[in-house]
Design a protein. Structure first.
Length: 191
C-alpha cells in the first residue's frame, strides 16, 4: 500500500506580468471559444460554522486515482466562494439529467439553496449533501490556487456514495454547452 502525506491547503496565487496581460486574448473571445466546449456538471457543497453553501461547477475533473484527487474552479464573484475558500472539506455531487433542478439551484444567484430541508441532509462530518444526487464524493481541500478571477481547488477524495453495482449512470449525463443544459443519451452516441 502506498502512503502519501497531503499538505495543508495552500493559497498559491498565479500572477501575470503586465507584458503577459497585454498578450491576453480578449475576455469575450475566450468565453466564446469555451462556449463550444461541452462540460459535465456537478454541484459542490461545503459548510463553515453552520453556513452551508452550494454551487454548480462545470470545471470538475479527476486528476489522479492514486491518490484520488479532484479539481474544480470557482469564480471569485460567486456568492459561495468566500465559504469555499475557507472550508476544509467539500462534497462533490455527480448529477445527471434527472437532477437538472439541482444543477439549476446551484447555478441560480440570490436563492436559498437549502430552503427545502427535505432535499438535503448532513453527513456525520457536517457537510451538506443533497439526497437526490445519484453519487457524491466527500473530499478534503489540499490546495487552493488563485488564478485570475477564480480559485482552483484540489481535493483529496476520502469518502463516497456510489450506487452499488451501477456500471452505467443512474440517469442520463447532464452537460452544459453554449449556455444551455443538455442530456446525453443513446442518440448522441457517435461510435
Amino acid at each position: 500500500m502506498t502512503t502519501f502525506a497531503m499538505p495543508s491547503p495552500a493559497h498559491r496565487p498565479i500572477h501575470l506580468t503586465t507584458a503577459e496581460r497585454a498578450e491576453s486574448l480578449p475576455a469575450e473571445t475566450f468565453r466564446s471559444a469555451f462556449r463550444m466546449h461541452p462540460s459535465g456538471v456537478a454541484v459542490v457543497t461545503a459548510d463553515l460554522s453552520g453556513r452551508p453553501v452550494a454551487i454548480t461547477v462545470s470545471s470538475l475533473a479527476s486528476v489522479s486515482a492514486e491518490p484520488p484527487l479532484i479539481v474544480f474552479s470557482v469564480s471569485s464573484k460567486a456568492s459561495s466562494s468566500s465559504v469555499l475558500r475557507r472550508a476544509d472539506s467539500v462534497v462533490v455531487h455527480m448529477v445527471g439529467s434527472d437532477q437538472l433542478w439541482l444543477a439549476q439551484l446551484g447555478a441560480t444567484s440570490g436563492v436559498d439553496r437549502f430552503a427545502d430541508t427535505g432535499a438535503w441532509t448532513r453527513l456525520v462530518t457536517g457537510e451538506p449533501v443533497f439526497t437526490a444526487a445519484p453519487a457524491w464524493v466527500r473530499g478534503k481541500v489540499v490546495s487552493r490556487i488563485e488564478a485570475g478571477e477564480a480559485s482552483i481547488f484540489v481535493v483529496h477524495a476520502v469518502a463516497a456514495a456510489v450506487p452499488e453495482g451501477a456500471a452505467e449512470p443512474v440517469s442520463a449525463p447532464l452537460v452544459y454547452h453554449s449556455r444551455s443544459w443538455h442530456r446525453l443519451d443513446d442518440r448522441s452516441k457517435l461510435a
